[in-house]
Ligand binder design. Structure first.
Ligand SMILES: Nc1ncnc2c1ncn2[C@@H]1O[C@H](COP(=O)(O)OP(=O)(O)OP(=O)(O)O)[C@@H](O)[C@H]1O
Ligand SMILES: [Mg+2]
Length: 459
């Protein structure tokens, strides 16, 4: 039986509410002052508190504060004779669950109590979920369960044992910098990690940023300055947006990569490079090579180890884990207790095209978390997505599309993509999917296993 504590100095109200609520099947405890109310709260730990604002000893707002100090998520319904905006706002800001005016309308009160109890029940369930260790991810984890991401994890493991140059390609927001940092962390975490955005700096400055300069080498060079390659020591230099580097500087970078030595601008001494170089781009470098906008010899030098991150729409199976992971991060940053998104929202997420990939997902969740009222993010918390019809992943992936390293896809590649597409678009019913694919369930299971496709829902 749910327990309700009524704190009101007006005896007739206490009695009426006690009678009514008992009849409704609640266990009722009453108190006539704030102090008495707090004592009874501690003694009886009720599920809901009905609290008058004007009390003889302490005012209701203070009582509310004390109650919440005792139990942060206590459900308090405030009752008042005042009908003003200020006290309503003060009450809600103070963490009241609801706010009701006198004379009390029993239907209104009834609804508020039911809602409070339901919320409480849900929160208790959620607390259980939050405790579950399997739902916890470490900050800095890379989420990815599909075949491509698992291959990338393996590559990270391998390259962490040497210092080869790495090229990371992928659409914007797919996690290129995250991968670079993880590689750095696994290789040389005590050494510096230095990121340089090649598009953000003009050519001449970029050159001295990278290589450093000697005193007096140009106007304004008042002292010797060390470049990023030197500053990184045995760590990592991350060259972001490498596609934007001028052809002239590309030639200089190539020489550095070949000789692992360079001279500071205006200097003669040879400086040795010990740092690992990781380059990243969201452009198709191979195509830029064909168009003569990127040096092919530099491309091959960088491309010794290539990591190509798949766009988010091609791995919808990662979305639930990503949502969980990102929300955990957001909860820490924003001091929130969001536990997930509604089923409806998840369906939308799974079908959405995600042009901005994981970063777009992260941004949407942050904005939703800021405005959300509940602990579950619902459709209304995502106004950007609700406004326009969703740019659904309708566009076909051309089967002859080349991968970033210029190779044509294998039959397995195409089979995997087609299976993923059918899973995505069929509404997730297993029987239906097998029918469309024209294969039996065991065959389907084998293919899921083979391609590392995560498929949970039974249909
Ligand atoms: N697999 C993943 N698991 C967890 N977080 C991820 C993953 N991929 C990306 N993120 C997060 O998404 C955000 C964007 O990632 P990141 O900055 O590494 O992308 P990027 O590819 O460098 O993007 P851009 O091309 O726009 O620079 C970051 O907050 C990153 O931590
Ligand atoms: Mg980046």
């Amino acid at each position: 039986m749910s327990k309700i504590l009524v704190i009101d100095d007006d005896r007739s109200i206490r009695e009426t509410l006690e009678l009514y609520l008992t009849e409704e099947g609640y266990e009722v405890v009453t108190a006539a002052t704030g102090t008495e109310g707090l004592n009874r709260f501690v003694e009886t730990s009720p599920d809901v508190v009905i609290l008058d604002i004007r009390l003889p000893d302490v005012d209701g707002f203070t009582v509310l504060e004390d109650l919440r100090e005792d139990e942060e998520n206590v459900k308090v319904i405030m009752i008042t004779a005042h009908h003003d905006m200020d006290s309503t706002i003060t009450a809600m800001k103070g963490g009241a669950f609801d706010y009701i005016h006198k004379p009390v309308n029993v239907d209104e009160l009834d609804m508020a109590i039911k809602k409070a109890l339901k919320t409480r029940e849900m929160e208790q369930k959620i607390d259980g979920l939050l405790m579950e260790p399997s739902r916890h991810f470490k900050v800095g984890d890379i989420i990815g369960a599909g075949k491509e991401m698992r291959e990338i994890f393996k590559t990270i493991g391998v390259v962490s044992q040497n210092r080869t140059t790495i090229l990371i390609q992928g659409e914007s927001g797919t996690g290129k910098e995250l991968i670079a940092k993880v590689i750095h962390h696994n290789t040389a975490c005590d050494e510096p990690y230095i990121a340089v955005n090649c598009s953000a700096i003009v050519e001449t400055l970029l050159e001295s940023e990278l290589f450093g300069h000697e005193k007096g080498s140009f106007t304004g060079a008042v002292a010797r300055k060390l470049g990023k390659f030197e500053l990184a020591r045995y760590g990592t230099v991350f060259l972001d947006e490498i596609s934007e580097m001028s052809l002239n500087l590309q030639a200089k970078l190539l020489r550095v990569l070949q000789e692992m030595e360079f001279e500071r601008v205006g200097g003669k001494d040879r400086v040795r490079v010990h740092a690992r170089i990781i380059a990243a781009t969201n452009k198709d470098l191979k195509a830029m090579v064909r168009e003569g906008r990127f040096r092919d010899d530099l491309f091959y030098r960088l491309n010794i180890v290539a990591i190509t991150l798949p766009p988010l729409r091609e791995r919808p199976e990662d979305i639930p884990d990503l949502v969980q992971y990102l929300l955990a991060k957001i909860n820490i940053d924003l001091h929130k207790r969001i536990v997930g998104v509604s089923e409806e929202m998840m369906e939308i997420f799974l079908k959405y095209r995600w042009p901005g990939n994981v970063r777009e997902l992260e941004n949407l969740l942050v904005r939703a978390a800021v405005v959300a009222k509940g602990q579950i993010l619902v459709r209304g918390d995502f106004p950007e997505l609700a406004e326009e019809p969703l740019p659904v992943a309708a566009q076909e992936e051309a089967p002859t599309e080349r991968s970033a390293d210029g190779k044509l896809p294998t039959l397995d590649d195409i089979e995997e993509r087609y299976i993923r597409k059918v899973i995505r678009e069929s509404g997730k019913n297993k029987g239906e999917i097998c029918e469309i694919l024209g294969i039996s369930r065991p065959t389907f299971e084998r293919k899921l296993e083979k391609y590392g496709i995560v498929y949970e829902k039974e249909g």
